[in-house]
Design a protein around this ligand. Structure first.
Ligand code: ADP
Length: 354
């Protein structure tokens, strides 16, 4: 039985890789539905492997189609099985970008970072990357950087030792485009790493340096975008042929609309900055999907940083997180609408229950 399962997984891996290598399918949008906290809660949201169905009224349903929907009982293994080919594509010479999008509390950090007993995409991706490098005939150099975008400014998370806030907040790092079209972030700490344990240590240090890590808020991750960059250079190739490929793993700030929350003061400003950059990201992805001549990368730091990893040959994966709770329905619909713009997702017919 185990052999059958492994064969099935390998078959699925090959299918996903082929889908990703198909140039028509460079942006994929997946959805992950968070389990309800209580079995007794009413849930106007249901799903199957490709669709999310919203019950708008007793007689009206709306269906959103995705490349893949992870059910409330999907495991971290199930998620990573679909993600792994993106990691493979980096070794094969592509840039890639994986985002977790959604309202605060819907499981973005759970998906990206996971828990010690249930690791998420970041630790699994790092391990998979090192494993693939080990198995390759070529010699690769791997480098790691970590930054956050807080209130519209880039903050390098590897400059401090992570024991106290970086104070004062360093001036925003400058972003340049080099002659090859690659994005260069001035003075961003980029460390050569030789194994996954080294990366995990740096990752923990980086998390401790986040601007929001020093407040008494349990929603620290909702107030800035946390971005990890792993770049890979094939060391054996002649200098002029050396390609540097990279993957960005991004835990986006919470997408809840700040005007609808009761936030005031700094919290309001943080939410506003996040809303602006998420909307700029949506505009860029939408323009790429429509193959517009002008792609509005310059409208936010988030899209400027990711310019050479979004579009063209890059592989982009957006994981939209939603809640099933009735109280969250408005935000869930907003996230599903964002996903619809991000990909020309086919929006199912509104259905009426007989
Ligand atoms: P976000 O990063 O979107 O604000 P979190 O990842 O912090 O949300 O998730 C909020 C809580 O819900 C955490 O305690 C997390 O462990 C739990 N959680 C989220 N998604 C799942 C899931 N798919 N299965 C089990 N627990 C989850």
């Amino acid at each position: 039985r185990l052999t059958v399962q492994v064969n099935d997984q390998n078959k699925r891996r090959r299918e996903i890789l082929n889908e990703f290598l198909d140039l028509k399918g460079n942006i994929r949008v997946f959805c992950r539905v968070k389990p309800l906290d209580s079995k007794n809660s009413r849930a106007p949201v249901s799903s199957d492997t490709r669709n999310v169905i919203i019950k708008l009224t007793e007689s009206k349903r709306k269906t959103y189609n995705f490349d893949r929907v992870f059910q409330p009982d999907s495991s971290q293994d199930d998620v990573f099985l679909e993600i792994e080919p993106v990691i493979k594509s980096v070794i094969d010479g592509y840039n890639a970008c994986i985002f977790a999008y959604g309202q605060t509390g819907t499981g973005k950090t759970f998906t990206m970072e996971g828990l010690p007993e249930s690791p998420g995409i970041v630790p699994r991706a790092i391990k998979a990357l090192f494993k693939q490098v080990e198995q390759s005939n070529h010699k690769f150099v791997i480098k790691f950087s970590m930054l956050e975008i807080y209130m519209g400014n880039l903050r390098d998370l590897l400059v401090s030792q992570g024991t106290k806030p970086i104070s004062p907040i360093p001036p925003s790092l400058l972003i340049h485009t080099d002659p090859k079209g690659e994005i260069d972030i001035e003075n961003l700490v980029t460390l050569k790493v030789t194994d996954s344990d080294e990366v995990f240590k740096l990752y923990k240090l980086g998390c401790r340096s986040r601007a929001t890590a020093f407040t008494n808020s349990n929603s620290a991750s909702s107030r800035s975008h946390c971005m990890i960059r792993v770049s890979i250079t094939c060391a054996g190739a002649p200098e002029r042929l050396r390609e540097r490929n990279k993957i960005w793993l991004v835990d986006l700030g919470g997408s809840e609309r700040v005007l609808k929350t009761k936030a005031t003061g700094r919290r309001f400003d943080e939410g506003k900055a996040i809303n602006l950059s998420l909307s700029a990201l949506g505009d860029v992805i939408n323009s790429l999907q429509r193959k517009n001549a002008h792609i509005p990368y310059r409208n936010s730091k988030l899209t400027q940083v990711l310019k050479d990893s979004l579009g063209q040959d890059s592989k982009t994966l957006m994981l939209v997180h939603i809640s099933r709770k009735e109280d969250d329905l408005c935000e869930t619909i907003c996230s599903l609408n964002f996903a619809t713009r991000a990909k020309n997702i086919h929006l199912g017919q509104d259905e009426s229950k007989e």
